[in-house]
Unconditional design. Sequence first.
Length: 210
Amino acid sequence: MKRTFTLGASTIPGEYIVPRLLSRIISQLPDIELKVEISDSMKVFDRVKKGEIEAGIIGVKYDSPDVDFVAVVKDDRLVFIAPQGHPLSGKKGVAVNDLKGQDFLDREPGSGTKAAYEKAFKDAGLSMDDLSVVAEISDTSGIIQAVEGDAGISVVSEFAAKEAVELKRVNVLDIPMRGMTRDFYVITRKGAPLSKDAASVVSVIKKTLK
């Protein structure tokens, strides 16, 4: 009988990175059934910190003496996406000021993507108050579908947007903005020995992604 191991994951790792690891985990750890629980970065972090789960993959590094962070994916680029036919679609060198007043689809508090783009906005002199936030959506696929449906513009992982862009469902805006990248981390509880299964799963993830 297989043993179940629960891995916490924020949206991008849970929907786009972990699925690519499954064949490797299945082949190398045939006695383990991986259960992936997807939520926002903060919730995964809290669960690891409290010892409710042994490991997770998230896209933001919190300042904590209780959790170890090991970067396994570097410089995932965040991009602005817009519906086909949007006034900013296809425009070269969109300026930060062009974004002011635009309908914007926001991520939920605790999202690693949200934390990354809010910092980049601040560094560029753009406040969230400068945008017209029309909705808050808790997952990346929902954001992409809403943008495709002409609900507004948003910011998502370039990795996650790839298919929608290739199928011409959405456009990537040409906006020169610094800081629109982030890393993904495997997190474990500091000072807590990992179980055999946790150590095995974490080892496969690190070896595969690095």
